[in-house]
Design a protein around this ligand. Sequence first.
Ligand SMILES: *Cc1c(COP(=O)(O)O)cnc(C)c1O
Length: 383
Amino acid sequence: MKKKYEGIEDIEMHYLDEPEKHLGSLSVPIYQTSLFSRKNGEYGYRYTRISNPTIEVPEKKIAKMEKGDDALLFSSGMAAITSAIMHYVKSQSHIVYVKDVYLSTEIYISKYLNEKFGVESSFFNGSNYEEFESVLQDNTDIIYLETCVSNVFTIPHIEKICIEAKKRGAKVIVDNTYATPIFCNPLELGADIVIHSCSKYIGGHSDIIGGVLISDVKTIESIKHNERSMLGACIDPHQAWLILRSLRTLHIRMEKHMENGFVLANYLSNHPHVDEVNYPALESHPQHDYAEQIFKGYPGLFCFIPSGGIKKAKEFYNQLEYPERGPSWGGFETLTNTPGFWEGIGNGRNSDIKQGSIRISVGLEDVNTIIDDFKQAFNETYK
Ligand SMILES: *Cc1c(COP(=O)(O)O)cnc(C)c1O
């Protein structure tokens, strides 16, 4: 596959790592301090809830990778998401969001903001632009998207949506956790704020919770001194340093996730006991052509449905021995989750998740080991 992100490695490795500022230290030190003393002068930092050099370096690296002006790190992805929405929301707001959005985001928009403040919301299927147009209201002032909606893998048409939003004076927030700054840059497609959970691919080692928000200078300054400072969901310097460390290998890891994901998805696509593989990297994906336009590559995250109905799918799932199990993704480890096994799918939410769907986040292991395990699970289930 052609490499379409030249230069990003240089940002990951060297941008803003200035040893001369830190006694020659190649690695940016962890300034584990709450306060910066002003007894002997001003150094540009006062209090770690507002800013800290260890936190600023990964912020500025991610901003550059995302082609934004500046960025802010948060204690979690949800802290970045709720801060971004709080920044734009008003008491009379109507929020439009993509269907099957990250569940905590949906609950925050559709229940929390509604029950406490009367904020209204509507959702649309991410693969259906006409449905997006049909749910817009005169008071729609926030549009909340994900670059690719995990579990259903719909890809909202960010460019068209942003053009419509600008006409109406609405703001567009895009959760880009799925694609990472390596594979997609939604600010270039017209988004106002881009968000990532750093707990997934950016962190990549299944050991941290963090979030980041990227935007223009004015928006970042305002969120820094209002939502982040007042709600206080700032990040700890040590956590920020772990994100900085993870950034150095982000493109390398994403390439391997893509390579392994592609091999496993192709194996499953050609398997007689698989009904469907839902992966934007494959030509069989209904939005593959659009995906090719906006993605420079694909992470190793997709869903597949074993044949024979939900009972067989469960049996197959229980035969898999190698993958870990859990709802997260983007770590070094191969991880499975079962969105299509939930009672009534998605705990009663209005959802397009298909019955029997198993989601897999393909890790960085030897892909042949993973495939061998799938082979034995198919043999045991369909003997
Ligand atoms: C995990 C995730 C979040 C939430 O991030 P946390 O760091 O767990 O708060 C938000 N959006 C998406 C798409 C996610 O996968």
